[in-house]
Write a protein that binds this ligand. Structure first.
Ligand SMILES: [Zn+2]
Length: 336
């Protein structure tokens, strides 16, 4: 009965998108309807989409981030190594400054980056062993970045699931095992993860994620919005929503976007005096700016720079997130 539950949640999320879809109707097609021959009989009406019973149509609205106090237990949910510093370095530092706790969980180890392999490893061959080595490097960079921000090492959780494989785990591989086309792994291959050797299934990923939630007991969760344009990010948002809804704690989640549109953040590059502009992908979301202090912004840049592998291939994009504000939404998608 687990598979229907997955689709039940996804169906509910799809239902929340319906109002926004209605609010922005598509332009009529080039061929006007009048050129179409009138059928002798009206076609049957499409089946009416009814929400699944027992599932609320509207997700609970989270309160804004503040107040942040020493009672705050923050969990940052990061699809790949580097997302956590891009989205959330300011809030991470603020929580620590207030005396609260910060934990970070990475769902993948970034082992699907062919660009990294080309630029960092100087190799055109997609060699699984090289990609696994790259993942270990990125995990180490995550630890260094977390240290710069002041997050203790015993609050870092790596799950080690496949890069670019999170969404398939919740469509075709919830029960059956997924094989990474990058590393050829079918189970978590990395030491230092929550469950090394755990076969790649959506069920196991959810189990490991729940293990982290049990340990951290977060009062505040920062997760990717399902509106983020990267499939791993969207799926990570759905994993978070599903897990927190099961605990009746969905109101503790705020959402961020890192892949927000083709040319976003605008402008590209290191512009520390500018505010972050809303991403096109977040259109319709109420996005709340979180103002960084100058020293927090500087520390954010240092943490981003710890990702040497990523800085070699996309420094301009990464440094675009060093702005005077970070943006968070209290709802995962428009229409709430
Ligand atoms: Zn990412």
């Amino acid at each position: 009965m687990l598979r229907p539950l997955v689709f039940c949640v996804i169906a509910a999320l799809m239902a929340t998108q319906t109002p926004s879809a209605r609010a922005a109707p598509k332009k009529p097609s080039a061929a006007p309807a009048t050129t179409t021959p009138t059928p002798s009989r009206a076609p049957p009406a499409p089946p009416k989409l009814e929400p699944p019973t027992g599932v609320p149509l509207r997700l609970p609205t989270s309160p804004a981030l503040l107040p942040i106090t020493l009672a705050t237990s923050l969990l940052v949910v990061s699809p790949h190594p580097d997302d956590e510093v891009l989205c959330c370095s300011g809030v991470i530092q603020r929580v620590l400054h207030a005396g609260g706790h910060v934990s970070i969980v990475w769902l993948t180890s970034g082992d699907g980056s062919e660009l990294d392999l080309l630029v960092v490893e100087k190799s055109l061959l997609l060699r699984p062993s090289k990609l696994r080595e790259l993942a270990l490097r990125r995990m180490q960079e995550s630890r260094q970045a977390a240290t710069i921000l002041g997050v203790p090492s015993d609050r870092l959780y790596f799950l080690g699931y496949p890069d670019r494989g999170i969404l398939p785990l919740f469509t075709d591989y919830y029960i059956t095992t997924y094989r990474s086309r990058f590393t050829t792994a079918t189970a978590v291959p990395y030491p230092g993860t929550v469950s090394p050797g755990h076969p790649y299934t959506g069920l196991n990923l959810e189990h490991d994620f729940e293990t982290v939630l049990d340990k951290v007991r977060p009062t505040l969760v920062l997760a990717p919005s399902p509106r983020d344009s990267h499939p791993d990010h969207r799926a990570t948002g759905l994993v978070t929503i599903r897990a927190m809804a099961r605990r009746n704690e969905l109101s503790r989640v705020n959402y961020w976007i890192v892949h927000g549109g083709e040319f976003w953040p605008i402008p590209r590059g290191y512009e520390p005096e500018l505010e972050m502009t809303p991403p096109p992908a977040g259109h319709g979301l109420s996005q709340h700016p979180f103002k960084l202090e100058p020293d927090e912004e500087q520390r954010k840049r240092e943490a981003i720079s710890a990702y040497h592998t990523q800085m070699e291939v996309m420094s301009s994009f990464l440094l675009s997130f060093v702005r005077t504000t970070e943006l968070y939404s209290t709802t995962p998608m428009p229409g709430n």
